[in-house]
Design a binder for this molecule. Structure first.
Ligand SMILES: [Zn+2]
Length: 518
């Protein structure tokens, strides 16, 4: 017989359980009842009982006095299935709340019985350190005296010397874990501690080092563990915060943070993207060639979509004539390096991604080093020498090259993917003579046009990351802005292409003379 089962049986005899119907009646009658939702943030966000107050089990002892008020008032706690709320009710009784009940069957039964469900309130920023007031503060002070604590540095030593007999136990909620955790720690949220610890960690002789954010919630967790027979359980003094501050190893587990989930909600709700797709985007490394007319919308949307590492290469500075189309920049940044202006705009839009700037002119000398750091290249350059360099590097390194170009009222976009379709040289083996090449600086371009073509490039790059849809490989999409028409041309590989034909040895780079106005 486990401690949990005994404990649960004891609680069932002490705490009255009410059916969801009685809870609904109590709420409807308007006779002062406080319904407390003790589930984790993640569960709460799936819906709650209308009017319920969210007080997650892990924060219950700390926050109850400041949130619940009258200690004689009627309180009904609920969780998902009706067990955690029993333990929560017990904790509330210890704080002096005399009239606490637990809802039988939890939110699961509430839902199954057809009672209304409300949208959750936005989550407040919870702090365990300064939340404790009144009886909670006294309880915390008592536990601080009773519960043995260990410093992060000492804990590290114990763990290293333990040979498996010591273990870190992370008692924070699942949401919090995503912001960072201690490598090797076992995660068992405070709310599930009584329910799951015996099954997860059957050896009661283990030296468990429990940690929360700053070491307050873990005091309550260790108190529970010791009651359950884990006599060697201790709390990590200062919690995860102190551990990280001491420079000890931490890791960000694979997954999205709560903030990322919120930001990318409209992606995640689509099955074709989902959380897995968003994670792919987070791990993706995309390089934008140029922070000009095409690079602006490409980089803007790639950053918004959550591409985790976004490189920008440009050696130019912002000029007033750029601003009619290069939306990354603004009038107050004239004279600033484009890479710096781009970085500021993109970081303001999405602080959760990494912007890498390369403030240099792309050449045969640096292109290998730069391109090798990325998986996908989005070409938004405005000149032939760079276009050929980018093509050749993508062929050499086998990377997809999302290509866009614009001229006056016309734009085109395609994906050159070595091995899967033609490369740029399959179509144009050599650049035109300089006097034949149109220069965008001279030719002019309607401001919206790069916005459309650059956005199409961003879309292709995202499709490559997600492995979704039909790519523009072997297809050239041509946009005529004046006619408001899209056309499509089939592009074929040149079996004799000097660069991408099967079996070719890479012939090396050529630095053509810079002849487009920059
Ligand atoms: Zn080719």
């Amino acid at each position: 017989m486990s401690v949990k089962d005994d404990w649960q049986r004891k609680l069932r005899s002490e705490i009255s359980e009410v059916a969801p119907e009685a809870v609904a009646d109590a709420l409807q009658s308007g006779k002062g009842v406080t319904v407390v939702d003790v589930r984790e943030g993640e569960e709460y966000r799936q819906g709650r009982i209308p009017g319920a107050l969210h007080l997650p089990r892990g924060f219950l002892e700390i926050e109850a006095p400041s949130k619940l008020g009258d200690r004689k008032g009627r309180i009904i706690a609920y969780c998902a299935g009706g067990v955690r709320s029993l333990f929560a009710a017990e904790a509330l009784r210890k704080l002096g709340y005399t009239n606490v009940e637990s809802m039988a069957g939890g939110f699961g039964r509430w839902k199954a019985n057809g009672h209304p469900i409300a949208e959750p309130e936005p989550a407040p920023r919870r702090s365990e350190a300064d939340g404790a007031k009144g009886p909670s503060a006294e309880w915390v002070a008592r536990l601080q005296k009773e519960v043995p604590a260990i410093s992060p540095v000492e804990a590290r030593k114990v763990l290293e010397a333990s040979n498996g007999s010591a273990l870190l136990l992370d008692v924070r909620e699942s949401d919090e874990l995503r912001e960072g955790r201690i490598p090797g720690a076992v995660h068992l949220p405070r709310g599930f501690l009584e329910l799951k610890v015996e099954a997860m960690l059957p050896d009661r002789g283990l030296k468990l080092i429990a940690y929360s954010t700053d070491g307050t919630r873990s005091l309550f967790a260790v108190d529970t563990l010791r009651r359950m027979g884990y006599a060697n359980a201790v709390t990590l003094a200062g919690g995860y915060t102190a551990w990280a501050k001491a420079g000890l190893p931490t890791e960000v587990p694979e997954g999205l943070t709560a903030r990322e989930r919120e930001r990318y909600m409209r992606h995640i709700t689509m099955d074709e993207v989902g959380e897995a797709g968003q994670l792919r985007l987070k791990k993706a490394r995309v390089l934008c060639i140029g922070a000009g007319g095409l690079g602006s919308p490409s980089a803007y949307y790639l950053a918004a979509a959550g591409v985790g590492t976004l490189g920008i290469i440009d050696f130019d500075v912002v000029d007033r004539t750029n601003l009619q189309r290069q939306i990354l920049h603004s009038d107050d940044r004239i004279g600033m390096k484009k890479t710096e202006s781009a970085r500021r705009t993109l970081e303001a839009l999405n602080p959760d991604i990494r912007i890498v700037t390369h403030d240099e002119r792309l050449s045969s000398a640096n292109i290998d080093a730069i391109v090798s750091g990325y998986e996908i290249i989005v070409d938004g350059c405005d000149n032939f020498p760079t276009r050929y360099l980018v093509n050749d590097a993508c062929v050499k390194h086998g990377k997809p090259n999302v290509h866009g170009s614009i001229y006056r009222f016309d734009g085109q976009v395609t994906v050159f993917w070595p091995g899967k379709g033609p490369c740029y040289r399959c179509l144009y083996p050599e650049p035109p003579p300089p006097e034949m090449a149109p220069s965008c600086a001279e030719a002019g371009v309607l401001g919206v046009l790069p916005g459309i073509i650059g956005s199409l490039e961003a879309m292709e790059a995202i499709k490559i990351v997600l492995e979704r849809g039909d790519l523009l490989v072997g297809r050239l999409l041509i946009y005529d802005a004046l006619e408001a028409r899209f056309r499509e041309l089939k592009l074929r590989r040149d079996p004799n292409c000097a660069y991408c034909a099967p079996g070719r040895v890479f012939p090396g780079y050529t630095d053509y003379n810079q002849f487009c106005g920059v």
